[in-house]
Design a protein around this ligand. Structure first.
Ligand code: GDG
Length: 462
């Protein structure tokens, strides 16, 4: 492929904390996007193997699959705990999701984060060819380009942040924020999901780092580094999701779900079990709906799929306990011998099944408190039956709300507003559902995941 008309850059090197190896099914949108980009032009995917070993990176595991090569390293227990559970998931994740109250900072975790990034840099150095285009993903690896530059790497290096980026006034609450965030200037291109995130980055560099904005829109730091921040909202494989959903009837499980509903309208939520997803608030809003609309009793069912994640972090264990209590409480209040208001499921399902579940649901309920994008919102829309589509109720604080303006947009903290939106969604006339769905589907067809990675790589190669 000739990205952005520049044939000079040939191989693609993708770096991310986790690598989806060929025999593993690429679960999230990110993994499948990266795999497709690598298959298209050939390249290397480097990252953590997902395994803990006696020592970090004792050896590099290499694997070749057609034009794509995989190189992964193990982490020691201490490095994993400080870097991944520690600084990435207990410091950066809550900070980037506007939760300074949950930020747990320690010098030890920061040191572990920098240590693992520098191990990544040491290994990558010898894997990168002079004409490779390097694409680093996500908040685990912010300082990687700076470390590669220190080691003499002069390739084009791009970075994509999959989370939101909060305002400078919040970013500065992180101890040593400058030491960390200024390293973003070592990339040539920093991609973000929304204009709000880009503004936050620019504001931070202009007012906290004394950078200047050049006439061509790039930022220049006082040290002379020049880089661009730009918006690339990630998309999904729209056609594939729609196709999977239209064949959903072939799966026994979809039939079983339909039968179990006995004609009730289904509301669905699908999220990693994470406090940023607003699940506790969502359960409250559903309870409020049942309270204010007794006529809906026995007529609706809410299915929340929430596969647990990051079990090594205490906040995640706590939210899990809280949700179990809340679901139990709501069912205890409203359930009847023949009706369970909330079906709360802590396991994960293959994508093909998920799209069938989405299609079965009259309402997609996606109410994160903050989300970089939120692919579930997009998958829900793409899975609908064009003749009888469901309604998306979407948080204003998901990046997806910038594009899916025909969803019913809500503030997830406003229980009353979410309950009202649910009620409206459940009673929305077919004509309005179709019109809203068509406009959202147009957006998803135009801006799918292929368009996303082509735009990012094109800009990087420019
Ligand atoms: C981060 C950012 C940003 C969910 N349950 C199952 C399952 N999933 C899949 C969904 C979807 C993906 O995982 C989740 O993506 P999201 O975007 O909703 O959320 P994060 O995991 O937090 O992703 C986010 C994203 O990166 C991309 O930039 O949008 O803002 O936080 O594709 O379908 N997949 C399978 N079984 C499940 O049970 N197979």
């Amino acid at each position: 492929m000739n990205v952005g008309g520049d044939a000079h850059w040939n191989r693609l090197v993708v770096v991310s904390n986790r690598v989806a190896l060929p025999e593993q099914t690429a679960t999230g949108g990110l993994a499948s996007a990266m795999r497709a980009a690598l298959q298209e032009r050939g390249g290397l995917w480097f990252g953590w193997s997902g395994k803990i070993a006696r020592q970090t990176a004792e050896q590099v595991h290499r694997l070749k699959d057609g034009a794509v090569e995989y190189a992964t390293i193990d982490l020691s227990r201490a490095d994993h705990d400080d870097f991944y559970d520690g600084f990435a998931n207990r410091t950066l994740w809550p900070l980037l999701h506007y939760r300074p109250d949950l930020v747990d900072y320690s010098r030890r975790h920061l040191a572990g984060y920098l240590r693992v990034n520098s191990v990544f840099a040491d290994h990558l150095m010898s894997l990168i060819g002079p004409h490779d285009l390097v694409w680093v993903n996500d908040f685990h690896l912010i300082p990687l380009a700076a470390m590669l530059r220190e080691r003499g790497v002069r390739n084009r290096i791009g970075f994509f942040l999959h989370t939101p980026l909060p305002a400078a006034s919040l970013l500065i609450t992180l101890p040593h924020h400058r030491e960390l965030l200024e390293t973003l200037a070592s990339y040539d291109l920093v991609g973000l999901h929304t204009a709000r995130d880009r503004r936050a980055l620019e504001e931070y560099f202009l007012y906290e780092i004394d950078a200047t904005m050049r006439r061509d829109g790039r930022l220049r730091t006082h040290a002379g580094r020049i880089f661009r921040a730009a918006v690339f909202p990630i998309g999904i494989d729209t056609r594939q999701v729609a196709d999977d959903a239209s064949h959903a009837d072939e799966h026994e499980e979809i039939g079983q779900l339909r039968t179990s509903l006995e004609g009730r309208a289904l509301i669905i939520g699908v999220d990693r079990l994470d406090y940023s997803k607003g699940l506790a608030e969502r359960f409250q809003a559903y309870a409020r709906l049942l309270e204010r609309a007794p006529e809906l009793h026995r007529k609706v069912s809410f299915l929340q799929i929430a596969p647990p994640s990051r079990g090594g972090v205490p906040e995640y264990r706590q939210i899990r306990r809280e949700l179990e209590r809340s679901a139990g409480h709501i069912n205890g209040m409203y359930a009847a011998p023949d009706w369970v208001p909330i079906r709360y499921v802590n396991s994960s399902f293959p994508h093909t099944l998920l799209s069938g579940y989405y299609r079965t649901a009259r309402v997609g309920l996606v109410t994160p408190l903050r989300d970089g994008m939120n692919l579930v919102a997009k998958e829900y829309v793409a899975s609908q039956d064009p003749d009888d589509p469901g309604v998306l109720v979407l948080s204003r604080f998901a990046g997806a709300a910038q594009e899916l303006t025909d969803a019913l947009l809500v503030n997830p903290a406003d229980t009353e507003e979410v309950a009202e939106a649910l009620q409206r969604a459940l009673t929305m006339p077919l004509q309005e559902r179709r019109a809203r769905w068509r406009r959202m589907m147009d957006v998803l067809e135009r801006h799918d995941v292929t368009a996303w990675r082509t735009a990012f790589l094109g800009r990087l190669a420019e």
